[in-house]
Design a binder for this molecule. Structure first.
Ligand code: ADP
Ligand code: MG
Length: 468
């Protein structure tokens, strides 16, 4: 091909790209376009390839990950696309991108914009994933989460890596506040020490980006990207169980950061030693620093959380009875507790009626049943039998000896209090007893609780253990 012909092809493709670019602007809107897509410009073409240029490696990675499918789709709609696959290069300063079509002022403006885009990309990458409500101020501290909270605060407030807390490993069941605490750390650092580079992402995203990087042969940029941060947080690490090459990369990233004295914060749904499908060396590294678990909520913590959420819902009146009912019944996790409260409030607002215990039970019908289902009568029988050192089979027997009769009554009482099973249903589970027997048991236990303080405490303890 002659030089002149190439110039012409350049011009043709460059115009075609302008068209695609305008399309992308329409498709994604101004904000995304300006930050990510506008800086991507036509550079050159060769056999079968059309080269686009962006200012930074990270930008290329980001575009490849998030926008490439759509860009390709629009490109392929252009008649000029025939025989040209898109590929993105890192061209550094935007000035070299298309000098022919830009004057000095435009180049300067373009460069400034690319810089802004690069700053925005760091913010966007972080900020987009951070929930503004997940701050330390909005976190209610109680016995089950006080260690995790204290450790998170400590790491957030320290200007450097906290010795003995690297990594900080937070673990606990779903919906108990792991993500909340991690976001809180990120918000705190962003506000108090904005020069520290914080990165938060889920293990899933980590893996996804890693795979993209491999596919686009950018493993090096990927490594650099992660290793340039001061604080790296990876949420839900259990996700990489069984994903060997991701684990491998994670392990290396981890080591590189620890060696450079960078702070790591990892969360998981169980302790490092209990993580299945994760290599031994990775597990042991995860347990190197401080391992802080978040326990299941207690009644007191649930009350506190509800109270704090209600305080934020300015103006909504919620009877204390309803609050206590929710704290008592929605024991699964904080996310469901919040959801329940929101539903009750939304319902009351919609129908324009005050919140009562009755409406609450009605609105949360399905949720209450689901929470009950989690605690079965069998669970209660097992726990109570264990507590009083009798056999579970004694729960079903007709023996009247006090040694077994009293625990059986306690189990019936707890079944009535902690599940929504009816009296006949409960009776059936205790070896086919009559519902009046259950009713009698409930009454008897209540009486005893009123007169025998120690007994009452015992029941309270049992009930708490069953709910956690
Ligand atoms: P996890 O990541 O452990 O599954 P999240 O952090 O997503 O749980 O928490 C679930 C929901 O419960 C979030 O809306 C969070 O704000 C809320 N939450 C959890 N623990 C607390 C707490 N101690 N105080 C206030 N809100 C909490
Ligand atoms: Mg989470």
């Amino acid at each position: 091909m002659s030089h002149a012909a190439e110039m012409t092809m350049d011009a043709v493709l460059s115009v075609a790209w302008e068209r695609v670019s305008a399309n992308l602007n329409q498709f994604y809107g101004d904000a995304i376009f300006r930050s990510w897509l506008k800086p991507m410009v036509y550079v050159s073409q060769e056999e079968g390839k059309l080269h686009l240029g962006v200012p930074t490696r990270f930008m290329r990675e980001w575009i490849n990950t998030h926008y490439m499918d759509e860009i390709t789709r629009i490109w392929e709609q252009q008649p000029e696309s025939e025989g040209y696959a898109l590929t993105i290069d890192v061209t550094g300063a935007p000035a070299v991108i298309s000098p022919m079509t830009m004057n000095i002022a435009e180049q300067a403006a373009e460069r400034k914009e690319a810089q802004a885009a690069e700053n925005a990309e760091n913010d966007a990458q972080m900020g987009a994933q951070l929930d503004p409500r997940y701050t330390f101020e909005n976190f209610v501290v109680g016995k089950p989460n006080e260690l995790a909270f204290a450790a998170a605060r400590r790491v957030a407030e320290s200007a450097q890596v906290v010795q003995g807390c690297n990594p900080l490993f937070l673990y606990g069941g779903v919906g108990l506040g792991k993500t909340h605490l991690m976001h809180a750390i990120a918000w705190h650092i962003r506000r108090e020490s904005p020069q520290r580079r914080v990165m938060y992402l889920s293990a899933e995203k980590f893996m996804y980006q890693f795979i993209r990087a491999l596919r686009f042969k950018e493993a090096l940029a990927f490594k650099e990207h992660f290793r340039s941060v001061d604080v790296l947080m990876i949420d839900d690490v259990q996700f990489i169980a069984g994903k060997d090459s991701t684990q491998e990369e994670f392990f290396h990233t981890f080591n590189a950061l620890v060696d450079q004295n960078k702070q790591l914060i990892i969360s998981g749904d169980r302790s490092p030693s209990d993580l299945e499908g994760i290599e031994e060396r990775v597990r042991s590294r995860l347990g190197w620093g401080l391992v802080a678990d978040i326990h299941a909520t207690t009644y007191e913590l649930r009350l506190g959380i509800l109270q704090s959420k209600i305080d934020n819902l300015s103006g909504t009146q919620i009877p204390q009875k309803v609050v206590e009912f929710l704290a008592h019944k929605i024991t699964s996790n904080v996310r469901e507790l919040e959801g329940a409260l929101n539903r009750v409030v939304a319902h009351s607002t919609l129908v324009g009626r005050p919140i009562t215990l009755e409406t609450t039970q009605e609105v949360l019908h399905d949720l209450l049943r689901a929470n009950d289902r989690r605690l079965s009568i069998e669970d209660i029988q097992k726990q109570v039998a264990g507590h009083y050192n009798i056999k579970v089979s004694d729960m079903h027997s007709a023996r009247r000896s006090r040694v077994v009769a009293r625990p059986r009554q306690v189990a019936m009482y707890l079944a009535k209090k902690l599940t929504s099973k009816s009296l006949p249903e409960i009776g059936r589970k205790f070896g086919g007893k009559d519902h009046t027997t259950v009713m009698h048991a409930v009454k008897r236990v209540e009486e005893l609780m009123g007169s025998d303080h120690e007994f009452a405490q015992d029941i309270e303890l049992l009930s708490r253990m069953l709910q956690s």
